[in-house]
Design a protein around this ligand. Structure first.
Ligand code: KMH
Ligand code: ZN
Length: 274
């Protein structure tokens, strides 16, 4: 089997220090968490950024400060900024980090309830606009799909030429409003993507370990991190993102999957951006 790419979603936009005091806000905290996660085995850092008080922002200047600080301590790691930002942000706001020409960025491929009155809005035109702008800059999209219908949307836009092949998906499972994080649903998602695609799995909340382990067995890749889950196990908060990355590395080794370095991850995903 292909080596395992581990992505660490170190910060997120919705999770706060009230959920877990180790959630990073400042540039220094973000760089420290990224380095520890990378040292533990993460090849990709999925990045949201915050103001020092924890307010989510998509400011290009703040992304640049954080990306520079991450690259200063782990030069080889792939930094994958979010273009999802936080619920309620405008498209213009959300797109700012792509002006920094990262190797990869997320491309959210559908609209989803996000708990309470929150709706994460991604109309078809939004997806097309984001995909085109990323394509123009040679940025590899990670297609975030929160439900099976979003896979179908991604395939439709791929056939129309808006999202290039090979497709790389992130199955975000267990969001309150998206597909549940069960083995049955993960098999359904995996069987729904085109041959030659790659996929990673983000199990949100308590389904994380089961989804990660199943992804490893199925030849997929894994995302963990505070964005998706702040607990090591029931009632025990994680001390860092790295602690969960270490756990995934242990499971992968037991199951016979080697861990991909960032350059191996670039090869697997077809990233060759200068
Ligand atoms: N914070 C969510 C509303 C992404 O990074 O592209 C969107 C999100 C997806 O986290
Ligand atoms: Zn995100």
């Amino acid at each position: 089997m292909e080596k395992l790419i581990i992505t660490a979603a170190i910060c997120g936009a919705e999770v706060t220090k009230n959920h877990n005091p180790a959630v990073p806000y400042t540039v220094e905290e973000i760089a420290r968490e990224a380095k520890m996660a990378h040292d533990a085995g993460a090849a990709i850092i999925h990045l949201h950024v915050r103001e020092d008080d924890g307010t989510p922002t998509q400011s290009a200047a703040r992304f640049k400060a954080c990306m520079d600080a991450i690259k200063a301590v782990c030069p080889d790691v792939i930094v994958q900024p979010s273009t999802g930002g936080a619920v309620g942000m405008s498209n213009e706001e959300r797109l700012q980090p792509i002006t920094l020409d990262p190797e990869m960025a997320t491309l959210d491929c559908g609209t989803c309830n996000f708990g309470g009155d929150d709706i994460f809005v991604n109309t078809e035109n939004t997806i097309i606009e984001f995909a085109q702008k990323m394509f123009e800059r040679g940025i590899k999209p990670e297609c975030e799909v929160f439900d099976k219908g979003m896979i179908d949307m991604t395939i439709r836009l791929n056939k129309k030429g808006y999202i290039p092949s090979p497709l790389h998906f992130n199955f975000v499972m267990g969001v309150n409003g998206g597909i549940t994080g069960t083995v049955r649903d993960l098999l359904f998602m995996k069987e729904s993507i085109p041959q030659g695609s790659t996929f990673t799995v983000s199990g949100v909340g308590r389904c994380q370990l089961e989804m990660a382990t199943t992804a490893i067995l199925l030849g997929g890749h894994v995302r963990v991190g505070f964005e998706d889950n702040v607990y090591l196990k029931k009632g025990v908060l994680l001390k860092s993102n790295a602690e969960m990355v270490e756990r995934i590395v242990e499971i992968a080794k037991l199951l016979g999957r080697e861990i991909a370095t960032p350059s191996e991850a670039r090869q697997i995903l077809g990233i060759n951006k200068k």
